[in-house]
Write a protein that binds this ligand. Structure first.
Ligand code: UDX
Ligand code: UDX
Ligand code: ADP
Length: 482
């Protein structure tokens, strides 16, 4: 029986391995992690991450050919294929701080593999890493091997799943990408990994490339996706100024088959653990290779995203007579997108910090995010979110200005404004009349995700702002926003 071990039981490692176990009942899959609470969660009825369909897959395989364990050494030693899916945060100090990837966790995983291996292994990069990481890993493995003449083949097999649709994406991926060395041993390793995916992924969707192309493709794919959002968000600002409607513009653009309709929704900004981190990493690599023009081109994608978030906060504050001090503002949605409880780099963090900075009293409702998580996010420094050891306790002063409610109507009761920051389906179905009746007047609604029909809400009496749509008279008369 082939044995697969995955180091790192996070958003990528957990779901990916669960689906491999489901599709390959003859393969034993063990997911290991240094975090005991994480592993306990995976072994419990309440999984540590919320992902539609995941519970069902785990229930079918756990205890059969899918296992979760903290015994990293034992399972790595036994496996023929070792996936590495640990976090690769942005460095917060030292050379490349704020841009380069911090490979501490990756290096520690590689050293464990070198320490415990007694047989040949295929080591698969699953987490996004800077181009040429495979080379560094090869060196660590070659120079630290304790088990005699052990051969390692490093493969790059970046994961393209998106949160909220992870199971669907894993079941029918647009493509599976496997990069390896162009040697007979490298090709054999690629074939071995390919044979796993080939159980359920059609052959023409499994792409094999050299190692560096695979590593760079992941960074490039995320940079292109993020760039589309920054492009449509940049256009949304112009729409508001000119009276065009960004949904109409996006629809027209998307009909061009060279552009395509997906991933063109204007928003309060993109979030998630990948986009900003991967672009910063790309920027850093370009600078290291003496390509400042390329670095600046990609940096602009992040600048527009930051601009979009601060533009939203400015809109809220300026519309409400230039002050939100002491006013209750309800925030609907805190996760970085719908169908996930993940808040990493969510635009809601910057928006809430901006509102609290202007002394608003913020009341948050999100169906999947806990109060503890919100408080932690709001006191954390930039980039610390992916450095588990830097977690700080909640600050009492910020806690005073932010409350979390388990009901959208409760969050909006007595509020001056509602801000929609995540596109949860349930926000489309809320009884906005009921909400309006319990709010201060004028009641404002700022839709950062274009989930409500502005005309319908205006008829109720709301003053409505929707990203990239012609603002109503009220907002047009307010001072221009920066
Ligand atoms: C992304 C990539 O899609 C995935 O392929 C990669 O493996 C990891 O990074 P993820 O971050 O999980 O996945 O979610 P995604 O759906 O890409 O959304 C990222 C952010 O962009 C979210 O904040 C989302 O709300 C925002 N977004 C997305 C928009 O603002 N508009 C859109 O049209 C699409
Ligand atoms: C363009 C638009 O495609 C068309 O919809 C619009 O009406 C007018 O402008 P055109 O300029 O005729 O049409 O040609 P197009 O095929 O878009 O190519 C423009 C330039 O981009 C060319 O120099 C072409 O060589 C270059 N190009 C195009 C690339 O370098 N790479 C590509 O992948 C595609
Ligand atoms: P991703 O979104 O890429 O899956 P996560 O942060 O969700 O990232 O998951 C990464 C996981 O890797 C965390 O649960 C972390 O505890 C684990 N991890 C980091 N370093 C090691 C290591 N050396 N050995 C085992 N697990 C590790």
């Amino acid at each position: 029986m082939v044995k697969i071990c995955c180091i790192g039981a996070g958003y990528v490692g957990g779901p990916t391995m669960a689906v491999i176990a489901l599709k390959c009942p003859d393969v034993e899959v063990v997911v290991v992690d240094i975090s005991a609470p994480r592993i306990e969660g995976w072994n419990s009825e309440r999984l540590p991450i919320y992902e539609p369909g995941l519970d069902d897959v785990v229930r079918q395989c756990r205890g059969r050919n899918l296992f979760f364990s903290t015994d990293v050494e034992r399972h790595v030693a036994d496996a023929g294929i070792v996936f590495v899916s640990v976090n690769t945060p942005t460095k917060t100090r030292g050379l490349g701080a704020g841009k380069a990837a911090d490979l501490t966790y990756w290096e520690s995983a590689a050293r464990i593999i070198a320490d415990v291996s007694r047989s040949d292994k295929i080591v698969v990069e699953k987490s996004t890493v800077p181009v040429k990481t495979a080379e560094a890993i090869e060196k660590i493995l070659a120079h630290n091997s304790k088990g005699g003449n052990i051969r390692y083949q490093i493969l790059s097999n970046p994961e393209f799943l998106a949160e909220g649709t992870a199971i669907q994406d894993l079941f029918s991926p647009d493509r599976v990408l496997i990069g390896g060395r162009e040697t007979p041993e490298g090709r054999a390793a690629v074939a071995a990994l390919k044979s796993i995916y080939a159980r359920w992924v059609p052959d023409d969707r499994i792409i094999t490339t050299n190692l560096w192309s695979a590593e760079l493709s992941k960074l490039a794919a995320n940079a292109f996706l993020a760039q589309r959002i920054s492009s449509v968000n940049a256009i949304s600002a112009l729409c508001e100024a000119t009276g065009a409607d960004v949904t109409e513009v996006a629809n027209s653009i998307g009909k061009d088959s060279r552009i395509g309709p997906r991933f063109l929704s204007a928003s309060v900004g993109f979030g998630g653990s990948c986009f900003q981190k991967d672009i910063l990493n790309l920027v850093y690599i370009c600078e290291c290779y003496g390509l400042p023009e390329v670095a600046n081109y990609w940096r602009q994608v992040i600048r527009i995203n930051d601009y979009q978030k601060s533009r939203f906060v400015n809109r809220v504050v300026s519309s409400m007579f230039n002050t939100v001090a002491g006013k209750k503002v309800a925030v609907l949605g805190f996760a970085f997108k719908k169908d996930t409880g993940d808040t990493r780099e969510t635009p809601a963090i910057d928006v809430c910090k901006g509102l609290v900075g202007d002394k608003a009293v913020v009341s948050i409702y999100d169906p999947q995010v806990t109060e503890e998580q919100v408080q932690r996010d709001l006191v954390m420094n930039k980039f610390d979110w992916d450095h588990p050891r830097h977690l700080q306790p909640m600050s009492p002063s910020s806690a005073k200005h932010v409350a979390v409610s388990w009901d959208a109507y409760e969050a909006a009761r007595g509020a001056h404004a509602v801000c929609i920051l995540t596109e949860w389906d349930e926000f489309r179905r809320l009884d906005y009349q009921r909400m309006y009746d319990a709010m201060h007047k004028p009641a404002f609604l700022f839709d950062g995700r274009n989930v409500v029909d502005p005309d319908k809400l205006r008829r109720i009496g709301f003053v409505v702002y929707s990203i990239g749509k012609p603002p109503d008279h009220w907002l047009r008369d307010m001072p221009a926003v920066a």
